[in-house]
Design a protein around this ligand. Structure first.
Ligand SMILES: *Cc1c(COP(=O)(O)O)cnc(C)c1O
Length: 377
């Protein structure tokens, strides 16, 4: 049996090869590589998919978050509350605009922000909250918006891992004031390179983000603000436009795979499975189990390397929470400050999940996991 990778992007390409090739060749032949109709039509399609009036495409999910913060005027002295259990980009952009990230702990069941701890973290300097719909599982946006509105705070949803996910019947990215998406190749809607988008129902915010992504320009060579260069190029727009038509099918396949994992893995001791549905609709960017740690040891890494010997590549997202990263030493957090996030970092293991994963491959993953757990105990 051949190795099972965590994702298989080449296999996905094969399923839509003819369409992608034709679209790419037509962009190459057009001589129009930046901006243009393809970017505009993608923005319209993505706005309508997400259920918002405005979409601004940009160069990455990181830039989407950065532009969102800039459009709200968030700057030095301001605080932005977010989760320590996410990819660095979520907090990095807060620092990039000169503001301070404030981390609150996670809910161990969902791996998302623990909303019970949110209000206590709000100060007079708090300007915004960035919830992350981690691994594709939506945050309880009803509760989060109620708290944010009561304190007059902006909400920027980090939807990088959750394109197509829903909370209370609404797509993520349409519930907060701004939604930020990544089209990094391994996300649910992935380009063949970098890409991202911002969604909002606020026209003024969209206009400001359009200006900032293009050097602070609304009229060429006249600059009203210090912007950046963050455009989605036409080739990537052509590609994500095609892939958007398949996204719901791919997300449904991910969901089937997740359900099958639940069935195949449910009676196994030593691990905790992600909840199938804790409100909302997950799009399963990751299927992340916990390998329960004991008082003196965390067996996760051993399980991972034993699985690898059996040809199954699992991943650790994330091994170190953001509040303990060297870059954030100055913020004053210590080991033990945010225990649920720290425990997650010791225990999480993401199993291969991608729409094309076959039943046979999944059985191989389950077999490798079971064997690796037995060896360990
Ligand atoms: C991938 C990711 C980002 C950044 O997106 P890029 O397109 O890689 O810049 C931000 N936040 C989260 C949670 C992510 O997973």
């Amino acid at each position: 049996m051949s190795n099972i990778p965590p994702v298989d992007l080449a296999q996905q390409y094969k399923t839509i090869e003819a369409e992608i090739n034709a679209a790419v060749l037509s962009v190459l032949a057009s001589g129009r590589y930046i901006g243009g109709n393809l970017v505009e039509s993608f923005e319209q399609q993505f706005a309508s998919y997400t259920g918002v009036s405005e979409c601004v495409a940009c160069n990455s999910g990181t830039d989407a978050l950065y532009l969102a913060l800039r459009s709200l005027g968030i700057k030095s002295q301001d605080q932005v509350i977010t989760t320590p259990f996410t990819f660095i980009a979520t907090a990095e952009v807060i620092s990039a605009v000169g503001a301070t990230p404030v981390f609150i702990d996670i809910d161990p069941e969902t791996f998302n922000l623990d909303l019970k701890q949110l209000e206590a973290a709000i100060t007079s300097k708090t300007k915004a909250i960035i919830p992350v719909h981690l691994f594709g599982q939506p945050v309880d946006m009803t509760r989060l918006m109620a708290i944010a509105n009561a304190h007059n705070l902006a909400v920027i949803e980090d939807c990088a891992q959750a394109t197509g996910a829903e909370w209370a019947g609404r797509k993520v990215g349409s519930i907060g004031h701004i939604g930020c998406f990544s089209f990094f190749p391994t996300k649910n809607l992935g380009a063949c390179g970098d890409g991202g988008a911002v969604t909002t129902n606020d026209r003024a915010i969209a206009t400001q983000i359009r200006r900032l992504r293009e050097h602070g320009t609304s009229s060429r060579y006249y600059h009203e603000a210090t912007g950046i260069n963050s455009r989605l190029d036409s080739l990537q727009a052509a590609i994500v436009q095609i892939k958007l038509r398949y996204l719901d099918t791919w997300n449904a396949q991910r969901s089937e795979i997740a359900t099958r994992y639940q069935d195949l893995l449910s009676p196994i001791p030593g691990i905790i499975l992600p909840q199938a549905s804790i409100g909302g609709k997950s799009v399963w960017n990751q299927f992340t189990i916990r390998v329960i740690s004991k008082e003196t040891e965390a067996p996760r890494d051993k399980v991972r390397s034993q699985m690898q010997e059996k040809g199954v590549i699992s991943m650790v997202y994330y091994p170190l929470p953001l509040h303990l990263q060297p870059v954030y030493q100055g913020l004053g957090y210590k080991i033990g400050s945010l225990p649920a996030a720290e425990q997650a970092c010791r225990e999480v293991l993401s199993l291969p999940i991608f729409p094309e994963l076959s039943i046979e491959q999944q059985q191989q993953v389950v077999y490798a996991l079971k064997e690796s757990l037995t060896v360990d105990s």
